[in-house]
Design a protein around this ligand. Sequence first.
Ligand code: ATP
Length: 241
Amino acid sequence: MDRSGFLRIEGLRKSYDGVDALRGIDLELERGDFLSLFGPNGAGKTTLIRIIATLLKPSSGSVRVMDFDMEEHPEEFRARLGVISHQSFLYSDLSARENLEFYAALYGVSDPAAKAEELLGLVGLLDRADSKVSGFSRGMQQRLSIARALVNDPVLLLLDEPYTGLDQSASILLSSHLRRLHGQHRTIVMVTHDLKRGLEAASKVGILARGKLVYLKERGGIDPGEFEHAYLRYLKGVPDV
Ligand code: ATP
């Protein structure tokens, strides 16, 4: 199987009323890559994830997944994505099970009830399956968001600070899910401020600073100590980009 060019981002720019959040991003990932993306506050990481997730339109540039262009083939493009972001995309008046069944039906999953049951088990929410999401703690909502993101069996997972709000046990659970999903040759892009977790999980590591991808390397060639040192310089804004 040809794994190259699985995700192709070319010349991506985004301005919000005069603020240049992304200033020309080019990025190509192979199928099965796990990119951990770091960067200071305001670097443009969430903007990038939201654009790939089709939640935000770029000012210019293109994004393709498996040769489906986000603008030319939006349905095919979206069908391949799973997203975990600051927004939970959950309906608070519905139970955990109803949320998952709703999304499974939306994506045309053949047996939504079975899919919901499977995913509730996977994220450890079976005992609260029939409670309304409005009564869920933040961590429980995050667990359910993880299940929701997996409902369509996505080949590309976009994760924006997925560890936020998770307790120790849920964090360990998420790390092991991500290892499993990566092992299944899914492609993952994860934005995180957690250097240790990000480096552990990744096959590639990137740094976004002031709207540009200023660093991109194979994880294998990175010494964690040196990386931390280099990254701190970006956090302090030392290198001019
Ligand atoms: P953080 O690590 O703090 O989450 P980030 O790297 O995810 O930051 P973004 O949220 O993508 O950064 O923001 C990039 C830039 O775009 C910032 O200057 C921010 O103020 C600006 N920005 C983001 N969203 C909007 C918006 N809706 N309207 C105007 N400016 C915005």
